[in-house]
Design a protein around this ligand. Sequence first.
Ligand code: GLU
Length: 316
Amino acid sequence: MTTPVTGRFAPTPSGRLHLGNLLCALLAYLSARHAGGRFLLRIEDLDAPRCPKRLCDAAIQDLSWLGITWDEPPLFQSERGEIYQRYFRELERKGLLYPCFCTRAQLHAASAPNRGDENPVYAGICAHLSPEDIAERIRTRRPAIRLRVPDETIAVQDCHYGQYSEYMPRDCGDFIIRRSDGLFGYQLAVVVDDALSGVNEIVRGHDILSSTPRQIYIQRLLGFDTPSYIHIPLLEDADGRRLAKRNRDMDLTSLSKRFSREDILGMLAYSAGILEEERPAAMDELISRFDWKNVKKEDIRLGKTVGVWAAAQRNF
Ligand code: GLU
């Protein structure tokens, strides 16, 4: 018997959700529901000051407005520090963590560029400090904590984009698992939360594909199963720029004044390739039609779609 699908959407509400986030939520939801599976919502407000309650509430409201439902009360990462601490200890017991005292400037000066546009690869400056060195430095500076990466290649078989792999020392480097301000890093929290919630299908933007080898590594260390990964194209505006929260790119406050839920579902589904024409669509119809084979692989330019999008952009 195959295990039923448990999917999830895990936004970081440091701004209002934009249409790109909603597209991701929709595809994750359709994939899980089409398979008759469960769906969960997790609010990734780990960095609580950047994700105030009003934005967490707005994210939940926007998703509900769109017709997305979840089978358990949403999890809030800001409330789960003790759980992350337990797994952090487990990594510590394996002797794989070390304190890093580098400043931002040192990191940039000494780092090798990596493939992604994220953080540069850590050059290992603090990887072999003696206990005396550590005791000395800890008096003046609170360290971040890094996880040593193995001398191997870790590959993910992405269901949409195929294989992606990183030779960990060269492409990734020892990475931060707890920040110097004490907050646990995204990589640890996301792995622990997905595993403890029984999530076995992860749908998210392909800008996070390069985090996946790190997450698979943590899963292995903690004895968790690896879920299936389906990364999806990102939405770009008419000028080819990725939609971003800081641009206030078309959030639902303005869109919902002009368009119905079915209009927006139809636009999103058409732009992703699920509908052949741009027209209003109900969630139930999209659930039954959904097929990953029809979902585009290249990033989606809003300007390519017609009618309502263009009107929406002109009017805001
Ligand atoms: N919270 C992340 C974001 O909003 C997504 C994490 C994930 O899906 O694994 O970009």
